[in-house]
Design a protein around this ligand. Structure first.
Ligand SMILES: Cc1ncc(COP(=O)(O)O)c(C=O)c1O
Length: 363
């Protein structure tokens, strides 16, 4: 959709990236790191100063103590962390439960390792996880459950009752959790981010994946990390070593320095909530029906009041005829399930959102 948006000159609210700049302070820190000679290979697990900052932040926010030496690895973005966690844990015929609509990199990595994807489809408007059905999917081949909160594409979040259900489900089972928390700081209305790190019984079986691309408006830098208990991180590093070995050095030094100011991430919910509210208010003037958006930087809508065509077709026409690109949610279901839901990204300048709404009002 981004390529098409570019081709036809549409406003691109499809792919999830900001159209505003990252902080000049952070850019200066990267420049300084380069000028100070941090331009050679970083250690395999990442720059220690950054791993220490991550450990401190995690303990402060979620109460979990991770050892920077043995339980944290810096990765080339969230995607590499996800791939590495799946690769090190999944063997042929292992079953992995994923919830769809799902971010697109989970299933291919599972299949590549010979694993079996057990997808559970969630439905709008609230995309609640039906835990009684999840229980029925679990058997002695279930090796991993992949969770993503705040969630792409639906913008839903896990709640305490999901954590309770999950805890009961995995208790006394040999099941790992891969928790994709790349949107951990993009959560609204005073809600709590239920990181797996908060719950010792879940934390001890979890790979937690995070990314600096989302919080620091720098998706192109591709630096993130994975946290896991030492016995899992040891396996993770065996793959990491030969997949990337180590990650961009100056950015790691810069982010380590930047994270010392907690306001760099604690200010994010208010920053993005303002954009969410602004965009939702604009969309209320259109014929689209808004779904809830509790986290991430996505806003989903249905178009049942407007048309009946497939969501992919609707998106193509919206991009070409109206000049606004969105993503059809069917793209996030293995079976292409179409609930007539579109996903917009609101991590955009106010003028971009204004222009998009101006056009969407005409639909
Ligand atoms: C849910 C989810 N997980 C992981 C990623 C990948 O993060 P990164 O860009 O750091 O590889 C994304 C990026 O869009 C995402 O939406």
């Amino acid at each position: 959709m981004s390529a098409l948006a570019h081709e036809v000159g549409a406003i691109n609210l499809s792919q999830g990236f900001p159209d505003f700049e990252t902080s000049p302070v952070l850019i200066d820190l990267v420049n300084n790191a380069m000028k100070n000679g941090h331009n050679q290979y970083a250690p395999m697990a990442g720059v220690l100063a950054l791993r220490e900052q991550i450990a401190q932040k995690t303990e402060k926010l979620y109460g979990a103590v991770y050892n920077p030496d043995t339980e944290i690895t810096i990765t080339a973005g969230g995607t590499q962390a996800i791939f590495t966690a799946i690769t090190c844990a999944i063997h042929p015929n292992d079953e992995v439960i994923i919830f769809e609509p799902a971010f697109d990199c989970y299933a291919p990595a599972i299949k590549l390792m010979g694993g079996i994807v057990k997808s559970m489809e969630l439905e709008p408007p609230d995309y609640k996880i039906p835990w009684d059905m999840v229980r029925r999917l679990v058997n002695n081949k279930t090796r991993m459950i992949i969770l993503n909160s705040p969630h792409n594409p639906t913008a839903t979040i896990l709640h305490q009752h999901d954590i309770d259900e999950l805890s009961a489900l995995v208790k006394n089972q040999d099941i790992l959790i891969l928790s994709d928390e790349v949107y951990e700081h993009l959560i609204y209305d005073g809600e709590t981010h239920h990181s797996m790190a908060r719950y010792p019984e879940l934390q001890q079986r979890s790979f937690i994946v995070a990314s600096f691309g989302k919080p620091f408006h720098a998706t192109g830098w591709k630096v993130g990390y994975c946290m896991a208990p030492a016995f899992l991180m040891q396996e993770f590093k065996k793959v990491h070593q030969f997949l990337v070995f180590s990650v961009n050095t100056p950015i790691q030094y810069a982010v380590a320095e930047y994270l010392k100011d907690e306001n760099t991430y604690l200010s994010l919910p208010a920053f993005f909530q303002e954009k969410r509210d602004y965009f939702r208010k604009g969309l209320e003037q259109t014929r689209f029906t808004l779904l809830p958006s509790s986290g991430s930087y996505f806003q989903s809508v249905t178009y049942n009041n407007i048309g009946n065509e497939k969501d992919s077709e609707f998106c193509l026409n919206l991009t070409k005829d109206i000049g606004v690109a969105a993503i059809p949610t069917s793209a996030f279901y293995t079976r292409g399930t179409d609930h007539h839901v579109l996903r917009f990204c609101f991590a955009k300048k106010q003028e971009t959102l204004d222009k998009a709404v101006e056009r969407l009002i005409k639909v």
